[in-house]
Design a protein around this ligand. Structure first.
Ligand SMILES: *Cc1c(COP(=O)(O)O)cnc(C)c1O
Length: 410
């Protein structure tokens, strides 16, 4: 792993750290904390991925989908009116909201679908909470020609009717989960049980840089296209790199996708976690800010947890960010100090949603609005020739009903 070209998904591994190690550890974080029966299954995925990522035919098929189907490269956009309004540094947006399906998730679900096909699997399987991952995976399954089965809590199915319809229209089977609290956690258990029973023909499609090795590495590599493009685009547009990168962090895939290309550069990086309603337990999902290392979903990582290691309940206005864990590479980058992790609360986020919509005509996803909120905080105190690049991970069409109720009560 010494060199890379523009056609390899390898950017992220060119860093001096060259992580993770062969067991999937980023420092002390990551690994494979799974039942023994699953180790060989994960090994099979790792081996298939290691071969695929060096295979020019695989890379070409993936890259062709990214350009012709997703519409990549997504532009970087100078937010001139927002910059003028704030009166400080220049603000650029990396426009992942312009991707087909409206967010960055399609970058990794396509990678997963192609790998599944290459492994001879016939079906993609996953759980989904708000449905964003389910829709992105169902889309990838359709274009690559695989079946798709999405497990979803019965309560989430009621709340996220639009996404359920989307998944069904894309040909996916949505399995309602009636056990436990009938939410995401129960959907995870249900999907996992199904996977254990049928992994010979099924590929588990994880929705962020989380879970056991190789997923945090693999999803990061698929998302590294974001940073690779942004780095080149900034050099073309400004003749230099940005001073600060800002991205929201749920599991951490859009953030690591952007950051991975800049790890060896003199660029500050900031991950923004959701501070929700307050800093009280249960009111936020600021894992790296308030969590402690522990085990969740097959990995060792920062975790919001009680004294017995049970994950805390979490909240955010952005459903894509309410996860009590975080990708292990972020835990590593926090401890090493290479990336700073801060928070934006619900109110700051709703304000950023409204400001970006009105000054730039861009309605951001509530997840992405957390990153915008932090840029709004820091830009006024920065030099006018400094540059902030914000990863606009998705568009806000999915959020307008919710926001309308919250900020414009009739
Ligand atoms: C799912 C989602 C996120 C959060 O996921 P990460 O893995 O942290 O990137 C952020 N933004 C949007 C638009 C999403 O759909």
């Amino acid at each position: 792993m010494t060199s890379t070209t523009n056609t390899s998904p390898d950017t992220a591994r060119n860093g001096s750290d060259n992580l993770p190690d062969e067991n999937g550890f980023f420092g002390e974080y990551g690994g494979r904390l799974v039942p023994p029966g699953l180790i060989s299954v994960l090994r099979e995925v790792t081996e298939a991925y290691e071969t695929a990522r060096k295979d020019p035919a695989f890379i070409e098929e993936y890259r062709a989908l990214l350009s012709e189907y997703v519409g990549r490269p997504s532009p970087i956009y100078f937010a001139k009116r927002l910059t003028e309004k704030l009166g400080g540094s220049k603000i650029y947006l990396k426009r992942e909201d312009l991707n087909h399906t409206g967010a960055h998730k399609i970058n990794h679900t396509l990678g997963e679908a192609l790998l599944a096909k290459r492994m001879g699997k016939s079906k993609l399987l996953a759980e989904t909470g708000a449905g964003q991952h389910g829709v992105a995976l169902a889309t990838a399954a359709a274009i690559v020609g695989l079946q798709c089965e999405i497990h979803m809590g019965a309560i989430d199915i009621e709340k996220q009717h639009q996404n359920v319809l989307r998944m069904r229209m894309l040909g996916a089977t949505v399995v309602p989960v009636e056990s436990g609290g009938r939410c995401l956690k129960d959907a995870v258990d249900s999907a996992f049980t199904t996977y254990l029973a049928g992994h010979d023909r099924t590929f588990f499609g994880i929705g962020s840089v989380v879970g056991p090795h190789p997923y945090p590495m693999m999803i990061r590599d698929f998302q590294s296209i974001v940073g690779e493009e942004a780095r080149r685009q900034m050099l073309e547009r400004e003749g230099r790199l940005p001073d600060v990168l800002v991205a929201c962090v749920g599991g951490g895939s859009n953030a690591i996708g952007l950051f991975s290309a800049f790890l060896n550069d003199a660029v500050d990086m900031i991950g923004v976690e959701p501070a929700g309603r307050s800093f009280k337990k249960g009111d936020h999902a600021a894992t790296l800010t308030f969590g402690k290392p522990g085990a969740i979903h097959g990995m060792f990582t920062y975790l919001l947890q009680d004294e017995n290691g049970v994950p805390d309940p979490v909240h955010s206005v952005a459903s894509g960010l309410d996860y009590p864990g975080v990708g292990p590479q972020h835990s590593y980058l926090k401890d090493s100090g290479r990336v700073s992790y801060v928070t934006a609360n619900d109110e700051e986020t709703l304000n950023a949603f409204s400001v970006l919509s009105k000054t730039e005509g861009i309605i951001p996803a509530l997840e992405s609005a957390h990153a915008v909120a932090h840029a709004i905080k820091i830009a006024p105190d920065m030099d006018s020739d400094a540059i902030i690049l914000v990863n606009l991970s998705g568009r806000g069409d999915k959020d307008i009903d919710y926001v309308a109720e919250r900020i414009m009560p009739s």
